[in-house]
Design a protein around this ligand. Structure first.
Ligand SMILES: [Zn+2]
Length: 293
């Protein structure tokens, strides 16, 4: 059993016993890993806030060769997700990103580029930059990095160039734009504006600053991406229903944040007692709320 060191972003935390939890982390060198953290829930745990949701930590873990969970032995906090205590839209955006990473990456499949993108996005959320733009840019670049980027320029089926026009057919199942010929007979085809296609091209570039895009176009793009991500995952992401709030003012009162946490905690603990499966993962959890409040 080898001991490994890497940087990690915490993307899911589930209580395991009175004193332990299981964390899912997205790491720089090993991709997604799941590890048992013994003693994490004890008062004065050596892990402290290093394993809060979206904390970035330098970790040491023992890699188990069999199917069993890895064991986290050290976690030194590098950066806490501070936006979680300051702004509800930024908290939603961060939790959504954690959910996407958990759902769309495979265990033990390293993507250092995606680690960098996630780290950068979490930092920009902490700086209270535009959460809607950050989420859209994250989604499109995540899709590119895992080889699922929608096609914007050529027909997904025949490869023909798509001419500029007011609205373009977009196949949710084929994964991108369609020419007039190929559209026939396809199911789940929506019509999107040329402005949305242009916006997708702009947001597909990782570099900051974020592109400036008309709010109407952003709203349409959000709808397209909601359906696209749901098709990719085979279900609606749990956090998707909160994304409509991302365009709202960023400063919120503490009591609103605390109400959200309490209601989500209640909903999730009820959910936990009845169902625990891979298709409906908990992004939020009671442990994280307690530690953050
Ligand atoms: Zn075609």
């Amino acid at each position: 059993m080898a001991s490994e060191k890497t940087d990690a972003i915490m993307i899911r935390i589930v209580e395991f016993s009175e004193s332990s939890c299981i964390v899912t982390m997205f790491t720089r060198d090993f991709g997604k890993i799941g590890a048992l953290v013994k003693g994490a829930r004890r008062p004065k745990s050596p892990f402290e806030s290093a394993i809060d949701l979206l904390s970035i930590s330098r970790i040491v873990f023992i890699h188990k060769s069999s199917d069993s969970l890895d064991l986290l032995t050290e976690a030194k906090l590098q950066r806490r997700f501070r936006a979680a205590t300051r702004s509800l839209p930024h908290l939603y955006a961060g939790y959504y990103i954690a959910e996407l990473l958990d759902a769309l990456t495979h265990t033990g499949d390293p993507h250092p580029d995606l680690f960098e993108l996630t780290q950068e996005t979490v930092i920009q959320l902490d700086e209270l930059q535009d959460p809607l733009g950050l989420v859209i840019r994250f989604e499109l670049n995540l899709l590119r990095m895992i080889g699922q980027k929608p096609s914007f320029d050529n027909c997904t089926l025949c490869g023909r160039d798509i001419d500029r026009q007011a609205r373009v057919p977009f196949g949710q199942l084929s994964g991108g734009v369609l020419c007039g010929k190929c559209r026939v007979g396809q199911s789940r085809v929506i019509s999107i504006s040329w402005g949305v296609l242009e916006a997708m091209r702009l947001f597909s570039v990782c570099d900051s600053p974020l592109p400036s895009v008309d709010p109407m176009v952003l709203g349409e793009l959000r709808g397209v991406l909601n359906n696209y991500m749901a098709n990719m995952m085979g279900r609606r992401p749990r956090m998707q229903k909160f994304l409509s709030m991302l365009g709202r003012p960023t400063t919120i009162r503490d009591d609103a944040l605390s109400r959200f946490r309490k209601s989500e905690t209640r909903a999730l603990s009820q959910h936990d007692s009845t169902k625990h499966d891979e298709t409906d993962k908990d992004v939020l959890n009671e442990t994280t709320f307690t530690q953050n409040s």
